[in-house]
Design a protein around this ligand. Structure first.
Ligand SMILES: Cc1ccn(O)c(=O)c1
Ligand SMILES: [Zn+2]
Length: 263
């Protein structure tokens, strides 16, 4: 039990948001998971991940009552990723974050059981095989999500443009126009990643995600993390509930191997 501000806060896995951790019956490839570095298997056939985003495809930021999402125009192949563990190219749809009430936790994935204070997810869908994001969400190879850990350190200038816009989306279901943002500034230059077959970490929890978790974190400063924590789960007029600890508890690895792109 750790004190976090005005009330004693249970361990994140017991947090009210996930009091009874959501599980899907028969789930064999659920996310997030702990990545045990020594159990990951180097795969020399994994290609480098190629990321090409067009900043003009950036549309808006909105608070969906669970996180804040930066959404992109995914009607063309202007912003895509290809290579890595992927069979074909995937289109960028949105990115969002998960974070904690305090710096001791907040990420969804852990590395050797270590939590980071936050985790970025860049969500892409397989527009080669499926007609829409909604269709792709239901398919085993439908989505590819790049996960990037955030650690406490130097101020991140690229993130700051996003942070400056957050007061405008403080309440659930608020939206603000946001353009000319290139999210590749949030991705570490180090090419190393882990990859495994998993799921969405929010309902419908479908097992449709090829996860690509970058080994190196990006650095953000305390004020930037605190800015995330000023957001609300609640709509304007409702009793305020701070948007913190919006991460799902760890799920069993079951019969899966995490591969690494590095030795
Ligand atoms: C599509 C989707 C929805 C929620 N989250 O957390 C994800 O990482 C991806
Ligand atoms: Zn996510």
């Amino acid at each position: 039990i750790k004190s976090c501000g005005n009330h004693s806060c249970p361990h994140p896995a017991l947090h009210p948001l996930w009091q009874s951790p959501l599980t899907i019956p028969g789930g064999t490839r659920q996310s997030p998971i702990n990545i045990q570095w020594r159990d990951s298997v180097y795969d020399p056939f994994l290609k480098p991940l190629k990321i090409s985003y067009d900043p003009t495809t950036c549309l808006h930021i909105w608070n969906n009552g669970y996180s804040f999402l930066v959404e992109f125009d995914d009607s063309t192949d202007k912003s895509i990723i290809v290579g890595g563990p992927l069979e074909n190219q995937y289109r960028l749809k949105q990115f969002h974050f998960h974070w904690g009430a305090i710096n001791d936790w907040g990420s969804e994935h852990t590395v050797d059981s270590k939590f980071y204070p936050a985790e970025l997810h860049l969500v892409h869908w397989n527009a080669v095989d499926y007609p829409s994001f909604e269709d792709a969400v239901m398919e085993g190879n439908g989505l590819a999500v790049i996960g990037v850990f955030l650690k406490l350190g130097a101020r991140h200038e690229g993130l700051q443009t996003l942070v400056d816009a957050l007061p405008a989306v403080r309440h659930k279901d608020t939206v603000i126009e946001f353009d000319e943002f290139d999210p590749s500034c949030l991705i570490p230059s180090c090419p190393d990643y882990w990859t495994y077959a998993g799921s969405l970490t929010t309902p419908p929890l479908t097992e449709s995600v090829t996860w690509i978790i970058k080994k190196k974190p990006i650095e953000v400063d305390e004020d930037q993390l605190e800015a995330f924590r000023t957001l609300l789960f609640t709509s304007d007029g409702e009793e305020e509930r701070r948007m913190v600890d919006n991460f799902r508890p760890l799920q069993p690895l079951m019969n899966r191997t995490v591969r690494s792109s590095f030795q």
